[in-house]
Each structure stands twice: as C-alpha cells, then as structure tokens.
Design a binder for this molecule. Sequence first.
Ligand code: ADP
Ligand code: MG
Length: 362
Amino acid sequence: MTKNLLTLPAAILVGVCLLWSSCSRAPSSSIISLSGATMGTVYHVKVVSPSSSKKRVAKLRDTLLEGFESVNSSMSHYRADSRISVFNRLGAGVTQTISGGFLDVMKMSFDLYRSTGGAFDITVGPLVRLWGFTNADSRVRDAPPTPDAIAKVLNNVGMNKLVLGPRGELSKKAEGVELDLSAIAKGYAVDETAQRLRASGYDNFMVEIGGEVCTSGKNAGGEDWIIGIAEPSHGAMLREKIIKRLILGNACLATSGNYENRIEADGNFYSHILDPKTGQPVSNGITSVSVIAPSCARADGAATAITVMGPKEGYLWALRQPDLEALIIARSPEGDLTEFTTPGLTRFLPSTERGDSPKIGL
Ligand code: ADP
Ligand code: MG
C-alpha cells in the first residue's frame, strides 16, 4: 500500500500534514479534490461523491466559497466591511447585536477565556499589531516594543472589557477594545464547511484550512481518513517527518505552533501567540499543541489556549476538559522534544500503533 503525502506551505500550516491511502476506489464513488486560498492561508477539501461531473464539482466549489464568504464577512478583521470590523470601530458602550456563527464563536471564546483564567483572549489585536505580526513584510525589527508601550496597549486588552448580552448584544467597556478571532475562526470555518457539505448530502469528506481539519466517514476506498502530524520543526513536512498518525473518524484536529509564524527582534525569535496578561509572546518550551475535539473551532481555540498556559498547566487543563484530547510537544533548552498526550488520545491512533503493538514504519 503506497501513501501520498499532501504537503502544505510550512509557513502557513503549523505542524500538520495529511495522509491518505491511495487504495483502489469503490467503483461507484469518485473523489472530488478542491483547494485554493482563503483566510490568508490554503484550504484542501476532499469529498467522496457518486460522480465528479463538471456540474457537481462547480456546485461543490460554490458551496465551499459561500461558506468561506459567510465566515469572512462576519469574522475577518482584515476586511473593513466585516461585522467584526464594524464592531472594532465602535465607541465604548455602543451595542452591536450579533448572531449566527459570529455569536457562537464569541460564546465559545468567552468559555475559553473563563476556563483558562484569561490565557485565551480574543482582544489581543492591539498587542499583535504592536509586536508587528500583522506586517508580513517586516518580520525582523531592531528591538521588541518597550515595556511602556506594552503597558499602554494592555489597557485595551482583556475580554472582561467586553459585554455580551443574552440575545447577542455586544459592546465594549473601554474605547479601543478590539476583536481578533484569528485563533478560532479558521477552525470555525472548517466546521461551517463540514456542516454545509453534510447539508448538501455528503457524509464522507475531509476539510482542511491552514492545518485545521475535520474528517467525516471514510475515504473513497472505504477506509479511514488518516491524518499525520509533522514533527514541529522547520521543513519537517517537506521532509515528511511524521510523528503521529491519527484516525479522527467524525472529529476535528487543530494545531498551534510556535515555530513558523514568528518575528525576529534583537536576534531573538518571538511567537505570534501572546500572553494577554504580560503582553509578551509566549516562551514556555511549548513548540506545538494539537487538539482533537468534535468541533474544529473548539479544537483551534483550545490549542492556542494550551500554548499560552504552558506544558504543565495546559496539560492539566486539557485533562479536565471532557470533550477534547491533546498532544503537547515541548522542547527542552537542550533541544530535546518531549510529548505529553492526554490518555484518551490513544483511541484515535491506528490499532497497530496503540500500546505495545509494533509501529508501522512511515
Ligand atoms: P495559527 O493561526 O497559526 O493556527 P493560532 O490558532 O494559535 O495559530 O492563532 C494565533 C493568532 O491568534 C495570533 O496570530 C493572534 O492574532 C491571535 N492570538 C495571539 N495570542 C492569543 C491569545 N492568547 N488568545 C487568543 N488569540 C490570540
Ligand atoms: Mg488556534
């Protein structure tokens, strides 16, 4: 059995690549593969379909693009006309009523904020800007922001400065508070796409946006979709260095990593994931966190939150969550990688890779 490895741009995709078997297909089904750019990254969708007629493929592409558009038009702060951008421009105490996916994501974000003691915080936008992560052209700067500049910006950071009413009435308590859903919206877009595919009658598919992925049912050969997690280091995906293979079934996987999206200042590297309390990029030994959950938005947000909490606190938090499993990879000062996996993750491993069974060579 040969395997194909789908490698995705390392700078965008953090630590995840996808494997699937290229076994013989069931004669009655074909696979439609679609990919392209969205949300500042790349998507790959594979759908098992009774036919791959031009008409069907075009309709499927429209379904995906409509889903991306609905997420971007509400949750992309890069778009000036999006609902989130409208909110970001509002003054203190002015209410905007939100609904649908935007409201669901806000509720999920509040849950994560509260349960992580503020490690997950979608008001980090002004900090992200201060550190320079929004400027793709200047990833090297002379020095990190000064403590004074950070302290000033922190005045506008904190989800306790937001108010969300029972019917989606959203307002800010202080001028200058902004929303940045980058840590959770990609996962939500995967959920939205999966939901639209199901509504169109497809049950067997794989949806991936920038490394966040959901699978459903089986592949065209009637086999499980297999997702590979690449070693968290530069170029690992290109070297096909897979450290874990997972069978998600009808679940989702999201990964946050500290080693791809970063800036350099003073000769040091800084992660794009920030500690909302200190205003500093996280530097706690974690190099990547992968989370499995029924919802990709939840997995996406949780992976970012665990990265902020660090290997120990993050692991203990993951253990307390009934709906998710986590794989945390930390690097010691000497450069050795250590894996921490929640016990329930075992059930997502191929049977040959559980317990003492001999491992399949990759
Ligand atoms: P990626 O986008 O690489 O998959 P994440 O899902 O972890 O990574 O999202 C990181 C983005 O989330 C950052 O670029 C920033 O915009 C935002 N962010 C940074 N720190 C936090 C935090 N503590 N809580 C919520 N969002 C954050
Ligand atoms: Mg995330």
